[in-house]
Design a protein around this ligand. Sequence first.
Ligand code: UFG
Length: 328
Amino acid sequence: MNILVTGGAGYIGSHTVLELVERGHRVVVLDNLSKGHRAAVGGIEFVHGDTGDARLLSETFKKYNIEAVVHFAASSLVGESVQQPAAYYQNNVVKGLALLDAMVSSRVLKLVFSSTAAVYGEPIEVPIMEDHPTLPTNPYGATKLAFEAAMLWYSGAYGLRYASLRYFNAAGADLAGKIGEDHHPETHLIPLVLKAAMGSVASLAIFGTDYPTPDGTCVRDYIHVSDLAVAHALALDALSAGRDRAVYNLGNGNGYSVLEVIRTAEEVIGKPINVKYGPRRPGDPAVLVAGSGRIKKELGWRPRFADLKSIIETAWLWHSSHPAGFEK
Ligand code: UFG
């Protein structure tokens, strides 16, 4: 299939591009490189531009005979979204709608969307299933949910077929060690733990030790980025086979606390990590764990990296061999 991947030069996007190419698809990446890295998709057909650019989209669909889109391009930092909701609505909703409209005009009607556990907000029940109430507590989650709603209505009216993948905490790196996580600034726990181990950040702050969890720190469900990538490929296959709409959670179904992540990283690296105990980060729910039974049952998805240690090992492989990320 000829597939356009928006935001394909980003962390999860580039791993998905790799998976799609390995499966024999022809992939074209559209990325404005505001966050992504050209080096993450070396050798892949690349269009430098924006999902808000209707003319560029229709030209790209035509030029490459695009049959499906995987849409990652978005702003994705929870804290930043609270400070700058306008930017999040612009990037994630307004530009997202431009993409949907261009797809409908060009009759490109298969879409896999990069969504998030942030659509649920503070969980009422754990593990979180797809029918859990969606009450986002920040603009990031709200804008992803708004796009999901648009896909639903476009599907009824214009024949769009879509799968929305709600990821929990993406982590790790491709086993070949050539691509990995490289955010500026980095805000995510596992890369920061590994950077603290390498001395490229002085210490790691643990955000809150008074949560109602076994050790007082937040519990998250970490899922390997390559397992996420496979899920996108399976979702595309399902759309090609006639599936019209689907929403899937993606996690391992195991919760690990911040302290467990640090301990496991120390085990992988073989040395202690310098930590500081700090206050809670506003907006962090105590526990987020996915129920991923639906995608397992319907698409046969199975995570290859089901335990935290194997996920951190692949992240360490990338960070220790690329201390400056894609810069070197
Ligand atoms: N944490 C620390 N110290 C740090 C960074 C993080 O203690 O320096 C803690 C956080 O408080 C949280 C856990 O580590 O408890 C994981 O934090 P991340 O920032 O790595 O990930 P989040 O759980 O905040 O975010 C993830 C995705 C978001 C998504 C969100 C859903 O990255 O895209 O889950 O709530 F929106």
